[in-house]
Design a protein around this ligand. Sequence first.
Ligand code: PLP
Length: 411
Amino acid sequence: MSLPFTDVELARLRADFPILDQKVRGKPLVYLDSAASTQKPRAVIDAVARLYAEDYANVHRGVYQLGERATRAFEAGREATRRLLHAPEAREVLLLRGATEAINLVAQSWGRRHVGAGDEILITAMEHHSNIVPWQMLCEERGARLVVAPIDDDGSLLLDELARRIGPRTRLVSVAHVSNALGTVNPVQEIVELAHAQGVPVLIDGAQAVARMPVDVQALGCDFYAFSAHKLYGPSGIGALWGRAELLEAMPPWQGGGEMIETVHFEKSTYAEIPHKFEAGTPHIAGGAGLAAAIGYVEAAGVERIGAHEDVLLALATEAVREVPGLRLIGTAPHKVGVLSFVIDGIHAHDVGTILDREGVAVRAGHHCAQPVMQRFGVPATVRASFGLYNSREDVDALRRGLRTVIEVFQ
Ligand code: PLP
């Protein structure tokens, strides 16, 4: 199996990530936790540093040149996000703290207006906690019900079951584009078609998708799309919600404060147009600059090639772990991406993670903020190796060697 990036290309890409050039516990760092957060290329680090070193001031208000430069650098993140998602207009992109804040915003602003007693919000059994708990909080407040579409033993969504659960009380369908715990890619376009046929809007949690596959919100036809920059080779603390202009315009503001107003009187305030209506307070200015740089970097590498690269690594790693006695993969859907979740009989996931760490291999061990997925598969936790554009065959070999050590320790 050959990788889409040639050895020379991959070496060049890896060299863009200064953090990778280090030893951990005396061994070269092998970073296999990109689903939790990706590492940052020099282009992103430089964009953030440049903003602070050369262009920093508060945004949107300054009449002076520095303020204009800072505003331009921050707003570049919004325009880059529009490009990334193929959104019609930049004003439909809200720059927020990340996917979690984006989903909470929809739950609190759109949800409070549209969800009442007896209504239903439909999610799937593979959601991250950030696409479960905000809806539970809303349902509790409004007397509504959270409905969950089940998944198959291989971690695929049971689409028919989801379709059966869209009914006259369904107010919103909110689904992950890609599951962080299983790697499953959901048929989001079909989900949108099913929901829209019944007049139900759809939110897609794209946290795990944007760094691995092209996303076109117009082609998908969805109503909201959320992601975090830190899983896209960008800074933490910033991310975006895209929403259809007419939906965002009709939604009440969520947080009040500076930036989001038009006029303020003690008797009554009026609100700014979108996107500012939803961006109260000073934003993550350097984050906007870093997000723009991250998207530029991913575009230059080619998101399709990144996805194809991770697919090959996933196939190699899936093959490599077959030799480990007692290892069971959790999440084997036919359509899945760069996430390898597994358990080993008689060895706790945390012990596997700790021994791998001694070998310089960084993987995740735990419930991956998806406890219902763990419950579905009857395990307390899994080990999760996940890939990024900088991972190599050698990294997969290191994982294989590390797992051999795990087995030796426990024999
Ligand atoms: N949704 C999915 C599928 C995720 O994997 C994550 C993070 O792991 C989130 C949402 C939440 O992202 P954040 O913590 O950046 O807001």
